[in-house]
Design a protein around this ligand. Structure first.
Ligand code: ADE
Length: 231
């Protein structure tokens, strides 16, 4: 998968994209990340990409021309059609089904908005999928873009070490009715720590009993913490 990222702050990305699963995915050619600095497309010598809002009010608005030129230049770098995404608190709330859909795409182009927002005419022109990572406001779309990239790239087949690990996550669709539950508790050595024991069934070697216990814990947790996920 090719991922293009358009931002005013490209320096925020290399650490996150180079480490852990995202770094391994790039090293293994499962994903490639391409950063584009929107400021490079400013058509003035001050490299100005934002201006005061018409009608007044606080903050600055990202101008149409640099952004649309940046999108066109990024898209021209590769023949594959890009699914355009704008990270914004006004977008569709991100959830695992949406992540799964996006993980199937050959190419994503993510626009990290900044300041008070993006000139609405650029949004109309580009018609991106608008995505929010939650009902809170961040200073820009950079961290949301990184969140989205992480959630997507780990689903690309071959990226996770153990082929099944994404199937076992919280929110993964499981079983015949494809229920999405919270994950069960996990334990590792030692068997006893600070007077706390590991649940006996996990030491029993009885795979069926372990599976049943995990299923029960997942349901119990989901009922207690996220009843909205249950039918
Ligand atoms: N930009 C600022 N806040 C955001 C959010 N919650 N989701 C996506 N993009 C954002």
């Amino acid at each position: 998968m090719r991922i293009d990222i358009l931002t005013l702050f490209p320096e925020m990305f290399p650490g996150v994209l180079g480490a852990s699963i995202l770094g391994r995915a790039a090293a293994g050619n499962f994903a490639s990340y391409h950063l584009h600095d929107i400021r490079d497309f400013a058509d003035n010598k001050h490299r100005k990409v934002d201006d005061r809002p018409f009608g007044g009010g606080p903050g600055m608005v990202m101008m149409c021309q640099p952004l649309v030129d940046a999108v066109n230049a990024a898209e021209a770098e590769d023949d594959r059609p890009a699914t355009r995404i704008l990270l914004t608190p006004q977008g569709k709330p991100l959830d695992q089904p949406l992540v799964e859909q996006l993980a199937e795409k050959p190419r994503l182009l993510m626009i990290a908005g900044h300041y008070e927002g993006v000139d609405e005419r650029a949004i109309e022109q580009l018609a991106p999928l608008e995505i929010s990572i939650g009902d809170y406001v961040l200073s820009g779309g950079e961290l949301p873009a990184m969140v989205l990239i992480d959630a997507i790239v780990r689903l690309i087949p071959g990226v996770l070490g153990h082929e099944d690990s994404a199937l076992e996550d919280s929110f993964a669709a499981r079983g015949p009715d494809q229920q999405r539950l919270l994950d069960c508790p996990h334990y590792t050595r030692p068997r006893e720590w600070a007077g706390r024991e590991v649940p006996e069934v996990l030491l029993s070697g009885d795979h069926q009993a372990v599976e049943q216990w995990r299923q029960e814990k997942m349901l119990e947790r989901t009922r207690a913490r996220r009843p909205d996920l249950l039918p």
